[in-house]
Structures are given as C-alpha cells and as structure tokens.
Design a protein. Structure first.
Lengths: 628, 355, 306
C-alpha cells in the first residue's frame, strides 16, 4: 500500500512520518505519535473527546483525514503546557472538580481553551455555545462552566491567581473540598485508559456480531479468516475450555454465541490480528450459516402461550418476579375516598460513558491470565472467568484500568472472556477497543418499563393502598435484571408509609438489546411513576405537592414497604430544604405556571437562544466603523 | 388573539434510596500502612469510576492517620494484589470502602500510637495526629509524622492495619417480600423549573433545586458534582435520550441519533446538602451516586404539566411528543374533572363533619 | 471504517480536475470530510474502501469570496464558521449566521463547507433552505479539452432528491453564488431535543425587508428544508406578503399554507405542525433582525389604539 507522508509541527516539534493514507488525524496522533491524550469517544464527530487545534482552529480529529495535517501546526492536550505544568484552564478544572471520569476532559479542556482564545471576553452563554460540541456524561457540566469562568478571569487578570489554589483546610479533612487527586493526570491527558495502553507484540481484536435478533447457528467456518496473512487466531464458542456462561444473577450468557444468537450485536466470533484493518477484513471472511427464528420484541407478549422461547431454562421467558405484600390492599382501597389509576412507561436508555469498552489481556510468565479493562466488578469477573477457562482462581487476574464512565454499564463481562481466550490461544497480548456503535448494540441498557398504578387516598391526602405492577424488558440475557427488579420493588411506592400495598415487578427475556445495571438500578423507573401519581393526587385533592408528601412520608419508626423499621429518616429535612431553596410558592399543582410568582429567579438560567455572538458581532462592527 | 408562545412552570418530586448492595450482606476489605516520610499507603480492591472515591479515601485515610490527603498513595483495583472490596456500584463506595479504609487506617495509626506512647511514656489515649503532626495532649511533646514513623520502625514495628467492613442487609421473603434490604437509607427532593416552547414542543429546564441527604459530606464539592451529574442524566432521560430498536435492530446506532445533553441544555443546578449521619458506621457518611438522578425526571414532567397542562407519562418528553399532547389536549378538561372531584370532596367533608 | 489507497491534496483547480478526471472509479471528492467519515461506519455504510480521495481545500481558487453585481460569489472552501466570524458576510447574508449557529458545532463548522453541504444533498441539510432563500446558484467546473469550463445551476434545481444532484461525474463544485441582501433581516428555524449538534426533522430560512417605517413587507424570501426530497421555496407565500401591511394575522394566515407543502410521509403530523410554526417564527424573527427598523404590526397597533 502506498504511504502518506506527513510533515507537520506537533506541539512545537517538527514531525516527518510516513503512515497509511486512510488514517484520520486522530489515528495519526494516537497510533503513530503515541499522543493518547486525544481520545476516541464516538468516531463520528459527535462527542468532542478528540478535539485538537489545527493551525489555531479547534477541530474534531476523528473527522479529519490525516492528509490534511500535512504542513499544518497541530496542538494537542499534551502540548498546552510544559511537561509537568498546567495551564490556568487545566488548573481551574482541577480546582473546581470539573473532571470526574476524565475521558471527555482532554477534549473539554481543549474546547475551553479554544473558547477563551477565540474570545477572551466571552460571556457564559457564548462559552456554553463554544463547548457545545463536547459531551460530558459525568459532571453535568456545572463545575466545567465554573472552571472556565475562573480561568477566564485569571487569564484576563481580573481574578487573582490564588483562585486556582486549593481551599484552606481547618481542623479536619472530612468535610473539606480537597481537590481531586486524580485531576492533574486527567486534565493533562496523561492518564492511560485501556485503549491508550500499548504492549510490545500486541494484537488487535475485532468481533463478528450477529446481524439477526434470533437465529440458530448452523455452522461457522473460520478457515479462510485464519489463513489470512496477519491473522493470529480466530475464536468461537468452541474455544471455551471450561463451563461457559456469565451473568450477575444467572449465568445465561456465553462468551460468544453458542448454537444460537439472541440479539443483534451478540458476539459470534472474534479475530486477533497484527493490526486493526487486517482484523476487520478477516471478519468479513468468516462464514456463518444462520437459520432465523421468530423474534420476540414486545415484553408484553413474552409470557403469552406460544411466544418464542429465548432460553430453554425459562420456557415462560420470565427472568424474575419480585412480589412485595403488606397489609390488606382490598381493605385499603375500600377505605379510600379517591382512587387514581394510570399507566406509565420509561424508555431504554444508554449509559453513554464517553469511554467505549476496551481491554487488554495477556498470559504472564507464571501462566496467570491477566485481563486489564475498565470493569466495575473485577472480583466477580475473576470468579466467572476462572470457571469459563477452567483455571484456579489465583491463575486469573483482573486489573481495573481507569474507568472512563461506568454508571453500571461496565458491570457485565461482555468482552473480557474473548480477550482472555485469544491471549491464551496466541500467548501474545491482545487488545480490543469497541467502536461507539459496537458499544451501543452490545452493552446493556437501562430497563425499559411499563407500570400500571392504582393509588387510593383519603381526602386529607393519606394514601390508603397502592397496587403497583411493573413489567420490564430484560432483553436477550439476564445480566442484572433480577437485582433491578428487586430494587424497583423495594423502592416502588416511594418514601411514603403505605400500610396496604401489593407490588409486583417482573422482567422477561426478549430479543432486544439486553438491559442491565444502570445508575438507580430500577429505582428511577419505579419512582417516576410514583412521583407522577403523587402530583396527580395532589391536584385531585387540591393540596400542595410538598404537603401531600409530608402527610405520607416515612419518619423514624416507619415500616418500609418490605416491613423494615427505619431507625433514621430524613425526608422531612430534604423536603424543607428543597422548598426553601427554591422559594416554592405553595399551591396545588393545577397548571398554575402562568400565574405563579416564584419563576425566573436569580437561581435559574436564562433560556438558551442560540447566537448571542451574532448580534454582538454586528454591533461591534458598527462601532468600529463609526470609529473609523 | 396572540397566545403566549413560551410557557413556564414548576414541579417537584421526592425520592428515597438504599445504600450498598441490595437485600444481601455486603463487605469490603482494605489494608493500610503508615509509610516512611509520614506518608500513607492504602490498598483496596476496587475504587474510582469517576465519582471521586480516590480523593474521598485519601481524605479518610489522612484523617485517620494524621497525615495529608496528598501524602496518601492508593494501590487498588487488582484482584491479585489487593484485598477484595467487591464492586464499584450500588452507591456503596464511600459507605463500604470508605469505612473499611477508615478502619484499616485507624488500626495502622493505633499501632504507631502504641509505640510512640511507650516512647514518650504517655497514655496512648492522649495522642493526637493531624496534617502531618503528632502530639500528646496537655504536654509539649510533638513530632512530625515522618519522625513518628521512623521512631516506630526503629523500635521494630511497621505500623500496618487491615479491616473488613460489613453492611447487614437481609434477603427478601419470596412470598411477601419482607426483609431489611439495607442498613442505611437516603432521601432526596428536587424542584424543576421549565420553559416549554408551544410552537416547537421544545422544553428547556432552567433551574433545578436538589436537596439530598448524604449522611455526611466527606467532600462537599464532590457531592455537588455527583448531584449535578445525576440531575443531567435524569434530564437526558426526561427529555431526549431513547435507545430505539426495530425488530431488535438499533435505530439509534451512534451519538448522532442517540441524543445526549450538551452544555447548552443545562439548568442552573442549586444543591442543598443535608446531613443525617448514619448511626451504624464509623464514617457516618451514606452516599449520593445513584439517588441524585431519581427525582429529576418526575420533577421535570410535573413542571411541564404546571406549564402547559399536559402530563407526559411516557418518557422521554420529546418536542414531538409535547406537540402531539398539546394537539390532543382539551383545554380545561383537567379543570372540569377537578371541579367535579372537589364537589365530591366537599360533599364528603360535609358528611363526615355531620357524622 | 473508511479506508482508501491515496489521499490527494491538489493545489490548483486544474490539477484537481485532472486528478478527478483520472481518478479510479469509486473515488471521492472531499472538502471538510465531516460527512464522509461518519458515513463509513456501522449502522450506516459500514466498512468502505475507496480507491482515492481528492481533497479540494488546498486550491486557492476556491478560497474567499467576491461581490459581483448584487451577488456574492462564495468560494467552495467557504466554511460555516465564516458566517459567524466575517462581518461582511454576516451583514450581506443575514440568514446565514443563524443557519450557521444551528449547524453542528463550532469545531465542525471550521471544517464543513457550504458547497460540500449542498453537494451532499441531504434532505435535512441546514444550508440548503438558507441558500435557496438567497436565490443561490452552485458553480461547477470541469475540464473540456484541457480548458476549465464552468456552469452555474440554481440550487433549487441542482438538488433533485436525497443525495441526488445535477453534478456531472467529472465536475467539481467551485463556488456558491448568492444574493447580497444587505438591509434585510434574516432568521433560521430548527428544533431538536437539544440545542447543539441538532438534527432537525425540518428547517426554515427567511429573509425580510420592510419599508423604512416598518409597516409594509417590501421583500420576503421563505424556504423550507426537510419536508420533502428537495428544498422548497415558498413563492406563493412570498407573493402574498409582498407589499402588504405587516400583521400577526397575515403571518399566521400565510404560515398555515406551509402545512400542505410537507411531502415527507414519516412523522407527518409533527412536520405539518412544526413548519407552520417555523414560518411564523421565521418571519417574526427576521422582522426583528432587520437593522435599525422598528417593525409595527397592524394588529398590535389596533390593540394599543383600542
């Protein structure tokens, strides 16, 4: 293949390299120059983890062919400050806690730097616009805005440099705003995530994924792929030496599809090759014969007689049913003055951590299989992998690499097993970096839910009974479904003491993308329904929404829905705190937005109207013309 | 003739949550050492996923050992080199690992205190250490932690500690679900203020007031960071995010289709940290990671209702869904139903008053 | 994943046209490359291998802009960010800054060219309705017997369907020619679930000029994108408004006619409702954007006087 020559200035140093013509600037920086502070989060220009300066303009390096770098001046996160030093922007990020997982942070620091270079006087609305191409999933952006404003002041000289320093500590480190110890490594791009790691002689893995939602695998022919130059190995379920199967509660998921596929994107085979392009080409040489099976996509149909069966062990497709019973529901409803009944649903949600799944595995000199990955549950993963590869537990070692966002989505061992198998088969280090698209279809999501709700109340607002029935779509594998249903059931009726309740949460298999652990673990789906019902009840009873909650809230000594006696309870305090902080105008929730007086306070932002800089630009030019 | 295009409203929602693993016993282990130079070494099984637990652990270890957080080195996240601390999730890091590190660090410090007390000939109870200094109360005896460690080692003792912390949740009864799933609970309340564009269906969240009990805020700024991040994930789920498949095939196959909140979608987030200390753990802290996002979506939906009188019961409330709801909305329908309810309420009150 | 065997960066139009004429079948022209790289990914085109890429951004002929008889010739290397930074362009093309601010984000705007956006002919391309409102033409060049031959095609005719244009195999887009609309107010409407990196189901561009008193529509340009296979210029609506006294009632009446222009079958109720509101908002925003003129709505004055 002809090479592409790139002569450029990168972080103030001349670079003259030959590389593959198809590389993106991102690849050139990361692979050829080892500047891994620039990250790949989506590969499609949608996230900003790869932002770099090219000839002074900030661009997304995943959208730029490397050829465009020829003759250009490139500045990356590593070049902003001298080694070991930090710029005011970076120091401000450190100060305010603007980095959490840190994966978006190099790009975010670049965007903030660009914003202040383009317009050192930019107001906060313009700063927000200029950060608009960089997604952060952890921080909620608030501490980032604070950091950019501090940096802006320090750079302009209107804020003393001491503003960048750590707050003083009095007589205890507990309760002190100690700066994050890991922030300097994150704001400078120095921290190596799994995809940034390079080991000598390392192979690249790519995964062949199912194009079908439900199909029997009749045959897999890997011979052509295996024969390719540069391919070190191809693995399938046949390569599993031990007892295949992983999962958080039920081990129903094989390392790679065994006999059948249950969702689009399920791993079927994997290739480890000398480079990424070879590995991808080899995938297209693997021949898989499928026999398509009827698919099950609606959780409402999963338990109907005759529905397709996803796993043989669960003929009714039920993964788990959690019942909670307390008191006498019939009596509770009989006692009610008002009964409300309604349905709620929530969608399937992606964790969207900015770091796609990535990992490295190798076999160490003592025959220990080592897997390095951003796993949220290395303890459990080593148990499961030891069974799967039939090794004693001390011959399996999991190392948790820096996690570029998890939110529950990195609790499932969906790729570490493949890495281990390939490392064992080749005795070479193997790396697998998911693309964003792969991460979306292969990793678990937040359970979509449907809730049918009945609530009985007295005129004074007291809840007399609740019937809560939730159905969730678990998708193709069990993953954390059982636990999610349990937590949803326990928390279902909210922080209210309800004497009579009947709660059922069920989760079923379908051929949809699996659902799993996701921040709140079923808690938000359940309480979305409850808190909507509480608002509707408050309206119906002409009560203030805080008041109806106070009438029902759990206090010390209250019995929870699972009949645990609470020894502490703070709902009264948080209700008071939120009511006071928000300057809440009391009243029933009866569409009173048009008349309420507590809106548009100093503790709100103004609505975003794009283009603040447009009017300003034409105004400024008017002034400059008048001066001229 | 002109109806107001932009409509504002407010809503609120409350929430609760359990700390650490659900309906089971939970455990975490840690090792600690007071090291040369008055530094600290802590080893534990699982730590940072972005929430800031490394810094929290350094604060906790420093406080217990009498040194500074920046002097603490944490070795972690390796199943072959660190004691088990289970997993990074379930709002358990500060509670489980924080307490286990606190106890391990305390043990290491006590080992050092025993030696120094003997060396100074003072009761061990009189020793205090903070910020790199060690002293005996009501005396002039004082030394740096660097010297203290050297003295301790000179006496042949390496000051180490180890600990395991347990949270006693119990399983649920399979029939009625009864049980004590957690030993610590937290509560939260959020208020949302929104503006709805009735021409496009677009909703902008302008303010969130988030009050959360965290037990004890080890690092208040870190707690705010968790609340802000949780609120924005809740906002994303409320208004824009929706992973969609058609016969199992993803339609939202990338970030161009799977829509996430950006810097322009962020309300002013006003945090109120409430501290109701946990009586069952040495640190008295509870947690905030997950609970922060529970009330956000319902608070926003309740605010949308306040603004335009339509209740979105199926998330997310996209512009398309809002416009559709407005199109099918019969103005005053809720009010008519409401006045009927109120009449019945009044009649019932009247009756019960008579009785 | 996009792979290719060669990446060319010609430095003259002639060199580019020659390379392009001789490029292997399946080769591609690129400008900003911000569309092609996301296209060659899973869920869309998947892995794509192309023989050659010919990058036009180093061709000086395609840089900059020039005024010509009430029109502006924007070189094909004009990127979206230029409409937010070049004050002359902002004034002469009043709908373009608003179009640009809704387009992707600051970083992509630095790369993405207006001409490239038109040539890609996505039905939801932001640039198309704005350029159509500006009576835009696209300039195409090719080699004919060693000579560079150029032609101009109105953008409204150039785009014939999703991804389909009148560009010939051997042609390169060299410029976009638009009306200079100094003194007009401009606006651009779009909606999504968020405010950055928005992909809208529909969009709308408007240009408005009133009399000095701000009472009468002197000139109006309205166009819609995302409602059918190609952009729509709202000629009838423009004619209805031109010369009329400005009022909210008239705007609303004209806006209603937009609903029937929605050809796309998917999400039709939503599109029909949104485009009506877009026309209203576009006209009102453009009226407010007119420099130094305070617009007086007839029905508002009546209300005040009554």
């Amino acid at each position: 293949m002809p090479k592409l020559r790139i002569e450029a200035e990168v972080n103030g140093r001349k670079v003259d390299r030959e590389t593959e013509p198809h590389k993106r600037l991102l690849d050139f920086l990361r692979d050829d120059l080892n500047l891994t502070g620039t990250k790949e989060g989506c590969g499609a220009g949608e996230c900003g983890t790869c932002s770099v300066f090219v000839d002074g303009k900030l661009v997304k390096s995943c959208l730029m062919p490397a050829g465009k770098a020829n003759g250009a001046k490139i500045e990356t996160i590593e070049g902003l400050a001298k080694p070991g030093d930090l710029t005011p922007v970076q120091r401000a990020f450190h100060k305010t806690g603007a980095s959490q997982c840190g994966y978006c942070i190099p790009g975010m620091v670049m965007a903030a730097t660009s914003a202040l270079r383009e317009n050192p006087q930019a107001d906060i609305e313009e700063i927000k616009e200029r950060l608009g191409g960089n997604i952060c999933r952890c921080t909620g952006y608030t501490k980032i805005f604070e950091a950019v404003e501090i940096a802006k002041g320090v750079i302009a000289g209107t804020v003393p440099e001491t503003a960048l320093e750590e707050d003083m500590v009095d007589d205890s480190f507990i309760g002190a705003n100690v700066r994050r110890l890991d922030a300097p490594s994150k704001v400078s791009g120095r921290l190596k995530y799994a995809a940034d790691m390079k080991l000598p002689d390392m192979l690249q893995m790519q995964v062949l994924r199912s194009p079908h939602a439900h199909a029997r695998i009749l045959s897999i022919d890997t011979s052509e792929a295996e024969a390719m130059d540069g391919v070190a190995c191809v693995i399938t379920a046949q390569d599993v030496p031990g007892t295949d199967g992983f999962g958080v509660f039920v081990h129903d998921q094989p390392i790679m599809a065994r006999d059948k596929v249950r969702h689009v994107g399920e791993a079927v085979a994997a290739v480890a090759a000398e480079d990424l392009v070879t590995a991808r080409r080899a995938l297209s040489k693997i021949k898989v014969e499928y026999e398509e099976l009827p698919g099950l996509f609606d959780p409402g149909e999963a338990m109907a007689p005759g529905a397709p069966v996803i796993h043989d062990y669960a003929q009714d497709n039920l993964i788990k049913h959690i019942p909670v019973r307390k008191g006498d529901v019939a009596a509770g409803f009989a006692e009610a003055d008002l009964i409300l009944e309604d349905d709620f649903s929530t969608q399937q949600v992606e964790h969207a951590y900015l770091e796609p799944e990535a990992g490295v595995a190798y076999v160490d000199p003592d025959d220990v299989v080592v897997v390095i990955s951003p796993s949220q549950n290395i303890s459990h993963h080593r148990h499961m992998l030891a069974e799967i590869i039939a090794k004693p537990i001390n011959k399996v070692r999991f190392i948790m690499s820096p996690v570029g966002g998890g939110f529950g989505g990195k609790e499932d061992m969906i790729y570490q097993g493949m890495l281990a198998l390939a490392a064992m088969k080749t005795h070479r280090p193997v790396q697998l970096n998911f693309t964003r698209e792969e991460s979306l279809i292969a990793s678990a999501k937040r359970h979509p839910s449907r809730v049918h709700y009945r609530m009985g109340l007295k005129w004074d607002g007291r809840i007399t009974a609740i019937e809560f029935d939730m159905l969730s779509d678990g998708g193709a594998f069990g993953m954390s479904s059982e636990g999610v249903m349990r937590k949803a059931a326990i928390l279902s009726c909210g922080p209210y003491e309800v004497h009579n309740l009947k709660v059922d949460t069920r989760v079923v298999y379908t051929n949809n993308t699996p659902s799993g652990a996701f921040r709140t673990f079923g808690g938000m789906q359940a309480q979305f329904a409850t808190e909507s019902m509480m608002d509707m009840a408050a309206e119906a009873l002409d009560m203030d929404p805080f008041e109806i909650r106070r009438v029902n809230m759990m206090k010390v000594g209250a019995k929870t829905h699972t009949q645990q006696t609470l020894e502490t309870a703070s709902l009264d305090r948080v209700l008071d705190a939120a009511e006071q902080a928000s300057r809440w105008e009391k009243g029933a929730p009866r569409v009173r937005g048009a008349t309420r007086k507590d809106l548009n306070g100093p503790d709100t932002r103004q609505p975003c109207t794009l283009g603040a800089r447009i009017k300003k630009a034409s105004k400024d030019s008017d002034e400059s013309e008048r001066v001229a | 003739m002109m109806t107001n295009r932009m409509k504002r409203g407010r809503g609120m929602a409350a929430s609760w949550y359990g700390i650490a693993r659900t309906a089971t016993i939970d455990r975490a282990g840690a090792w600690a050492e007071l090291d040369d130079g008055g530094t600290g070494k802590v080893v534990t099984g699982v730590t940072e996923i972005g929430e800031g637990i490394l810094t929290v652990l350094a604060q906790v270890a420093a406080e217990e050992m009498g040194i500074r957080p920046e002097d603490v080195t944490i070795g972690d996240n390796d199943t072959s080199r660190a004691p088990e601390a289970a997993h990074a999730g379930a709002t358990r890091q500060t509670y489980m690992i924080g307490n286990s590190v606190a106890l391990a660090a305390r043990e290491a410090r006590n080992a050092l205190f025993e030696e120094i007390a003997d060396h100074w000939d003072v009761p061990v109870e009189s020793l205090r250490a903070f910020n790199g200094e060690l002293w005996a109360e009501d005396t002039n005896l004082r030394m740096t932690m660097e010297d203290a460690v050297a003295t301790c080692k000179g006496r042949g003792v390496v000051p180490v500690g180890s600990a395991s912390f347990t949270a006693h949740g119990t399983g649920l009864d399979p029939v009625d679900g009864s049980g004590s799933p957690w030993q610590a609970y937290v509560f939260g309340t959020q208020v949302a203020e929104v503006e709805v564009d009735t021409w496009t269906g677009e909703v902008q969240v302008l303010g969130i007031w988030a009050a959360h009990d965290v037990g004890r805020a080890i690092n208040p700024r870190g707690v705010e960071g968790q609340i802000e991040g949780g609120v924005v994930q809740g906002l994303g789920q409320a208004l824009m995010e929706e992973y969609t498949t058609e016969k199992g095939h993803a339609i939202t196959h990338g970030f161009a289709k799977y829509i996430l909140p950006t810097s322009l979608d962020i309300p002013q987030i006003n945090c109120s940290i409430v501290e109701d200390p946990d009586p069952k753990s040495p640190l008295r802290a509870k947690g905030i990671g997950e609970p922060a996002l529970v009330p956000t979506a319902p608070a926003i939906m309740n605010a949308i209702y306040d603004a335009i009188g339509v209740r979105i019961k199926s998330l997310p409330a996209t512009p398309e869904k809002i416009l559709e709801a407005l199109r099918n909305h019969v103005p005053g329908r809720e009010q008519i139903a409401q006045s009927a309810r109120l009449e019945r309420a009044e009649a019932a009150r009247h009756q019960s008053a008579k009785a | 994943m996009l792979t290719y065997d060669a990446y060319h960066m010609p430095t003259s139009l002639e060199e580019a046209l020659t390379l392009w004429a001789n490029a292997a079948e399946g080769s591609r022209l690129v400008s900003g490359a911000t569309d092609i790289l996301p296209w060659a990914r899973e869920g869309r085109a998947g892995d794509v291998h192309l023989p050659e890429m010919v990058d036009v951004t180093r061709i000086p002929d395609l840089d900059g802009y020039a005024f010509e008889k009430g029109r502006i010739r924007l070189g094909a290397n004009t990127v979206y960010q230029d409409f937010l930074t070049d004050v002359t362009l902002m004034r002469s093309l009043p709908c373009m800054p608003y179009c640009a601010i809704w387009f992707a984000d600051d970083q992509i705007r630095e790369q993405a060219s207006l001409a490239g956006n038109l040539v890609n002919a996505s039905p939801v391309a932001d640039g198309t309705p704005a350029v159509v409102a500006l009576n835009g033409e696209i300039e195409l060049a090719r080699l004919d017997g060693g000579q560079i031959v150029r032609r101009r095609v109105p953008v409204v005719d150039f785009i014939t369907g999703p991804g389909r244009t009148q560009i010939a195999e051997d042609e390169i887009a060299t410029a976009v020619i638009v009306d200079a609309c100094n003194g007009f107010g401009g606006s651009f409407q779009k909606v999504g679930q968020r405010r950055s990196l928005v992909i809208s189901v529909a969009c709308c561009a408007a240009l408005v000029k009133t009399d000095r008193d701000g009472r009468v529509f002197e000139d109006v340009r309205l166009s819609l994108g995302g409602v059918g296979p190609s952009p729509i210029r709202m000629i009838e609506a423009e004619n209805t408004l031109r010369g009329e006294r400005i009022s909210h009632g008239l705007i609303e009446q004209v806006a209603q006619t937009a609903a029937d222009r929605v050809g796309s079958r998917s999400r039709q109720d939503y599109r029909r409702e949104v485009v009506v509101n877009f026309i209203r908002a576009a006209l009102e925003d453009a009226l407010a954007d007119q420099p130094d003129i305070d617009v007086k709505f007839e029905d508002q004055e009546e209300q005040i006087n009554a």
